[in-house]
Design a protein around this ligand. Structure first.
Ligand code: SF4
Length: 426
């Protein structure tokens, strides 16, 4: 096994703009304040009611279990039900390893008490002795520590900065790092709940804090019927108004694009982050888990990136595929061999060249080679990184088939790669 350990990330600047479609819930108060201290937080949101375990489950069940907002969308209620009875702790995943994502750091830096409310209420309900906020950068850690120092109920709170990297933000990698191991997914797909840890991302805990205050009835008075409430999206790429937006779940894509200043229909959108998918920019697509699933996408990590006609979309795809291959921990075969081969296929497509490889004895077109490699890595890793990378590439290859033909016929499209899809440290 080759362990790739990284230093904590350089602290990124975070001058992220926030805006809302409909009434704000999580972002309430941020239109007039850079940061809500405890007094402003309580003035904006009111006091948090105490809740016992059974009541917490009932409230969560009344809103569909509260799907997690970090990627997989696993219901928070199901995590509580699966929790082992011993050594219980609550972990807020603030790692936000998606390069384009900003939403969790906006919450943790600007309205940290909302996240802490959700985490501390959970800890009280399950009898946890420890609440850990785990993240990758010092500025956000300092903001959370400052918030903790304002509270009388934060004695069991600690803030930990763990090594950065795309897969280091994966739940089991984060738990492993907190327990003194490398920030890598372990070989077995054992959920954190097996060891008594309830882990969810920062937005999930903030959603819980809102839900506990307003109750299920009011919580469900906005958003999609089957996924009520609001959600946060980080919007970027070729938009005039990049930032973090709070919107009712199920809001049509066209409304969000218009609000972000996108005038012309773009080439494509990338939804869910780099374990997400490329989608046609159909204005009627509903931005909910079910709505995106029916369009071949995923809400995933809550990222929406716009790819305009000025950039080479295939080059953008190749750039991210190469980055994803480099971000693996190189512990498992699919990541050591499969993802680099997949990235090489996509690079060949972008260059309009024949596939560099393929399986022995098989003559494959470049497209077939890429899809073949994507299939070969899916479901084979110790974590979901190969699956997510394969989904990202496969959806792009399918969506960009006209571009691929053009590249293979002419050796390219003549457009530069403008980097609409950011890579590197977030
Ligand atoms: S699948 Fe890849 S990223 Fe996941 S544990 Fe194995 S080597 Fe690491």
């Amino acid at each position: 096994m080759t362990a790739v350990l990284r230093r904590p990330r350089e602290t990124p600047p975070l001058d992220t703009r926030t805006w809302t479609i409909g009434a704000p819930r999580l972002l309430a108060g941020l239109d007039t304040a850079d940061r809500l201290d405890l007094r402003e937080h309580l003035g904006t949101h009111g006091p948090l009611p105490a809740v016992e375990f059974d009541r917490l489950l009932a409230v969560l069940d009344a809103v569909g279990g509260l799907p997690g907002r970090g990627g997989a969308g696993f219901p928070f209620a199901a995590k509580l039900r699966a929790l082992a009875p011993h050594r219980r702790r609550v972990v807020v995943n603030g790692a936000e390893s998606e390069p384009a994502s900003r939403k969790d750091r906006v919450l943790l830096r600007r309205t940290p008490h909302l996240v802490l409310d959700g985490a501390l209420a959970t800890a009280a309900a399950i009898g946890a002795r420890e609440v850990v906020v785990a993240l990758h950068d010092e500025t956000t850690a300092a903001a959370v520590r400052a918030a903790g120092a304002e509270r009388a109920d934060a004695a069991r709170l600690s803030v930990r900065v763990t090594p950065g990297g795309f897969v280091a933000g994966e739940a089991r990698a984060l738990v492993r790092a907190l327990d003194g191991g490398p920030a890598l997914p372990p070989g077995r797909r054992t959920p954190p709940t097996d060891s008594g840890t309830v882990l969810s991302n920062a937005e999930t805990f903030a959603q819980l804090a809102v839900l506990l205050r307003v109750g299920p009835h009011r919580y469900t008075d906005t958003g999609a019927l089957d996924e009520p409430g609001t959600t946060l999206l980080t919007v970027g790429g070729a938009v005039d108004r990049a930032g973090v937006v709070e919107l009712p779940t199920g809001t049509p894509l066209g409304i969000v694009l218009a609000a972000a200043g996108v005038v012309e229909r773009p080439q494509a959108v990338v939804v869910g982050g780099y374990h997400g998918a490329w989608c046609a920019p159909i204005p009627e697509i509903r931005l909910s888990r079910a709505g995106l699933r029916s369009a071949g996408g995923t809400l995933g990590a809550g990222v929406l990136l716009v790819v305009d006609h000025g950039t080479c979309a295939l080059g953008e795809l190749a750039r991210v595929a190469g980055w994803l291959a480099g971000e693996s921990a190189r512990q498992c075969g699919p990541c050591r061999f499969g993802l680099p081969a997949l990235a090489a296929d996509v690079a060949a497509l972008a260059a309009g060249q024949p596939a560099p490889g393929g399986r022995p004895g098989r003559q494959l077109s470049t497209v077939e080679a890429a899809l073949d490699h994507a299939r070969a890595v899916t479901g084979r890793g110790a974590c979901a990184h190969p699956d997510g990378a394969a989904r990202f590439v496969t959806s792009g290859v399918h969506l960009l088939h006209d571009e691929i033909d053009r590249h293979l016929e002419s050796g390219g499209c003549g457009r530069p790669v403008l980097g609409r899809l950011p890579i590197g440290a977030a």
